[in-house]
Design a protein. Structure first.
Length: 74
């Protein structure tokens, strides 16, 4: 489950602006999740030989996909 958090000061924003910000945050979260799923699917499609050639272990695939999508080490 992805969580969306924002550090914006919502007191000064109108209701419409807050809704637009929420839509943007949700779109960004969905886009990152799609990148995660696509990256993981592509990595899981590699053979053991291809993974070894890349210096990867199958247990590393999720953390690599998370880093690709969200930009941080898992």
């Amino acid at each position: 489950m992805a969580y969306v958090s924002s550090n914006r000061n919502t007191a000064a924003l109108s209701f419409g602006d807050r809704i637009a910000d929420i839509r943007k945050d949700l779109a960004d979260a969905w886009r990152a999740h799609r990148i995660y799923r696509q990256t993981l699917r592509e990595l899981q499609g590699l053979s053991m030989r291809e993974l070894n050639d890349l210096g990867l272990n199958p247990t590393m695939l999720r953390s690599i996909a998370l880093e690709a999508a969200y930009g941080k080490r898992a």
